[in-house]
Structure formats: structure tokens, C-alpha cells
Design a protein around this ligand. Sequence first.
Ligand code: MRU
Length: 365
Amino acid sequence: MLLEAIKYDKEERKLEILDQTQLPWATHYIEVKNVEDGWNVIKKMQVRGAPAIAIVGCLSLVVEIVHHWGGYKEKETFFQYIEIKLYYLVTARPTAVNMQIAAEKLTKLAKHMCDNETYDLLYMKCRMIHEIEEMLNNDVEANKTIGAFGATEIKRFTGVSKKGTIRILTHCNTGCLATAGYGTALGVIRSLHVSRELEHVYCTETRPYNQGARLTAYELVHDKIPATLICDDMVAAVLKTKKITAVVVGADRITANGDTGNKIGTYQIAILAKYHNVPFYVAAPTTSIDMDIPNGHDIIIEERPEKEITHMNEERIAAEGIKCWNPAFDVTPASLITAIITEVGIFKPHELEVVKKIRADAQVE
Ligand code: MRU
């Protein structure tokens, strides 16, 4: 059974999220009753990971709409309400683009229905809910495809054909806990494990928030995938000595030229992979690609509280008086990325224009 970060009961329209700040010590679900709750659980990182942030944010809007079902009198006021709430949710965490792309898509759809007399208010409400609920299924499907594509690509590119010999290094958490299920980079690892091609995974602890030690390690143990946890400063040693086949990581925002914003530390791993001649893959759904930003310089990097560095489990570990800098993400230049694995195909960083065309065509249909 896969871990469930997002529990959504479609009949009751009830949303609960697994509180990831308490993992791996406690499995505690929190009910999200409205948009304010949605914003808070994202901000506090009780739910995290770019795809999960977007899904929980949008589903929090669904539960709020349902609770105020009779409270919207006209299409225009409903549209304004939708637009304000979605863009409010975007502000919770600025680096991951998935919530922003969802907000743009849903606002555009709401505007279209608002301006077109064919649609009444009831249709508009039901359609918004349907579109958002579909995000859950779509994300799991996309992840399974990414997993299958990634597994095939790694075997093809590296020429590793003997079963049970692939060794992957990954960073942060990109699994069931960061998505609606299965995962992106961790989905590639799951896929290799299921087909018995995987020998071993090395996952970094991912300081300071420890998504690797607390969450990825938890998922790997849960799925009985052979894995070893390493500290972030052991990556060079692992690449030098452990015969790593490929590095696979996720993404929070991939820009038009392929530069990729992801968890802090990703950039240094990419540099080390290049030095050791190990292919470096980004696995992400197309909803993590921001074609409106030409390159990584313009990605807004979230900075988080100093306490995440100075303390561990509420206990101070850093000397009193020291200053800290705590960016949650960094940008890996496209030149260090072997390929980007998406649910619509595998692309070299300079080929992402194709994704823009696929997206535009899908909107026409
Ligand atoms: O700060 P987090 O835990 O939300 O950061 C998560 C990451 O950086 C992931 O690699 C990324 O969101 C992709 S999750 C499929």
C-alpha cells in the first residue's frame, strides 16, 4: 500500500493531509476546512513538495466552495472570489510554480464560463470542482508515466542492462508525500525497483529541513526499497566510490531554458555529478515548467527561518549569536542537466518549447 499524503473523500468533500512535520515519529492527519487552512498547512510545510502544494491548495478551495454552496449569488462575484482565493494560495510558498500554473489555468476557465452565457452559476461551480478533483488522478497518472519513462531512459543512456545493477542518488523528497501518489524522481526509483533493475538508492538527509532523512527514508523503508541515507556533505564521496548510475531529482520550477529550481543542495550535487561523469536527471510533471521565465535568474527563492538551521528538534545546536542564511531552494543551470523527464516525454533542457506547444494544443482541444 502506498503512503497517502492527501486524503480526499469525494462524496463527503472532506480533505485531510498527513502532517509531515511530525513524520516519521507520528502519523497524524489534519483536516483542511477552507482556503485559510490550506494556506496555513502549505506555509508551515505540513504538506510540501511542488505538486502536493498545488493539489492541497486547490482542494482547499473546493471544500470552501461546498461549505458556502448557496453563498454565491452571481457568476461575476463567484469568478472574483475564485481569482482572489487562488492567487492568495500562490503566496504561501513562492518558489514552486505548480500552484501558480493551476491558479492561472483555473482562473482562465472561470473567466471563460463567466463571460459566456451558455454557462450558469451552477455549472460554473460544478465544473471548477470537477477540474480540481481531476488534479489528484492526473498527478498520479503523470507520475507513473514519468517513472516508466525515467527507468527506460536511464537504462538506455547508461547502457546498464544487467538486472539489479542500477544505483541511484536522489535528494530531498519527491515521493508519495510530495505528490498525489507514486512520486516523480522517487517514481523513477519505484519503477526501477518494481522491474528489479534497481540495486540500491542513496538518499541525502537534505538539511536543514531533513526531507531526505525524515520523509524519503521513511518511504523507502515502507516500500522495502534497498537504500542508504547519507549526509549532504557525503555526496562527492558517494559519487566517487559507490558506482552511481545516475542522479535523479525533482523540481519546483523549471524555466524556459531548462534551468531548474529545486531543493537547496541540488546545484552542488549537479556540479559533483558532472565532475564524476554521472548523468543528472530532473523528473517533474509539465506543471512544474514555467515557460514565462526565460532562465533561472528570475526564480524567486524562498528564504526560511534561521531556526531551521540553529535548532534540531527544538534544541539549539548552533552557537548563540551566529547569523544564518536559509534559502530553501537553489537553481541548477541547464548545462548541468542531462535531461528532463516529464509525463509527455524526455527532453534536453533546450527542447522545452515543445512542452509549451503541447500545452497550448491541449487547451484548444
Ligand atoms: O521545501 P519542499 O520540501 O517543498 O521542497 C521539495 C522539493 O524541492 C522537491 O524536490 C520538489 O518540490 C519536487 S516534489 C515532487
